[in-house]
Write a protein that binds this ligand. Structure first.
Ligand SMILES: Nc1ncnc2c1ncn2[C@@H]1O[C@H](COP(=O)(O)OP(=O)(O)OP(=O)(O)O)[C@@H](O)[C@H]1O
Ligand SMILES: [Mg+2]
Length: 236
């Protein structure tokens, strides 16, 4: 579904992502792991056309989306949830969901999509009239994910969905990602919480200095001695 080839990306002449290939299939959760500053966020920004320096090929269902502006990405089926939390705290949960459909001109369709997404997330539905600020960190992350669904994306990219969350909330966020995958979406995450993220994923890519060093099934990466030594604090 999402296919990335030879991706390069950076800022003002500084290349951070240096020739990355990756794929995300429908129904699959794929995670990019790597240390602070390895370029994980820059990969997502480069795919989403938000990096000033950018080169490569990005296709979604064989359609070339590389030239698509980030503003238009949602309309071709790609959603992106940045590292920094982005709910509108003083809007209600339903209003936040409606904001996810600001590109939809058909009011009836927007209404239908909001209702459908609320049905998918009972926690949000029950509290639909409350301010988003009243939700816990994990529930806010869930709302951010739910909000992207209003545009019915094919692939959802998540930057550090578990950062700053209590363990129980991390479970909530990763199970939300699985719910989306079961609905046929492709999920591309970047995560520092390596073990938890791999446990929640199907496949993974290990990024070092802007390049993919290892790629495998998530289970195999968890068992990989290099990965556990470098990223999971296990000493050999
Ligand atoms: N807007 C920017 N302008 C200039 N340099 C940037 C910018 N954003 C990131 N960088 C640099 O690019 C490198 C990679 O950053 P990136 O945010 O992609 O790493 P990361 O793997 O996501 O790290 P983290 O785990 O800390 O989120 C870092 O050296 C960072 O300082
Ligand atoms: Mg980052």
């Amino acid at each position: 579904m999402l296919k990335v080839r030879g991706l390069k990306g950076g800022y003002g002449g500084r290349l951070i992502v240096d020739g990355v290939d990756l794929d995300v299939a429908a129904g699959e959760i794929v995670t990019v792991i790597g240390q602070n500053g390895a370029g994980k966020s820059t990969i997502l920004k480069s795919i989403f056309n938000m990096a000033p320096v950018r080169e490569g090929v990005v296709t979604l269902d064989d359609q070339d989306i590389f030239p698509v502006s980030s503003y238009q990405m949602l309309t071709v089926g790609l959603a992106y949830i940045p590292q920094h939390h982005s709910v509108f705290p003083k809007l209600t949960i339903t209003e936040n969901l409606r904001m996810g459909g600001y590109l939809l001109s058909d009011a009836k369709l927007l209404q239908e999509r909001v209702a459908k997404v609320e049905d998918m997330f009972p926690i949000l539905k029950e509290r639909r009239k409350e301010y988003a600020a009243s939700l816990s960190g994990g529930e806010q992350r869930m709302l951010e994910i739910a909000r992207t669904l209003i545009m019915d994306p094919k692939v959802v990219m998540l930057d550090e969905p578990s950062i700053g969350l209590a363990p129980k909330m991390v479970d909530l966020v990763f199970s939300t990602a699985r719910l989306l995958a079961e609905a046929g979406k492709g999920i591309l995450m970047v995560e520092q919480n390596v073990r938890r993220a791999l446990l929640a994923s199907d496949r993974g890519y290990v990024l070092e200095l802007g390049q993919v060093r290892i790629t495998d099934e998530a289970q195999a990466l968890i068992a990989d001695e290099r990965v556990s030594r470098l990223y999971m604090g296990v000493r050999s």
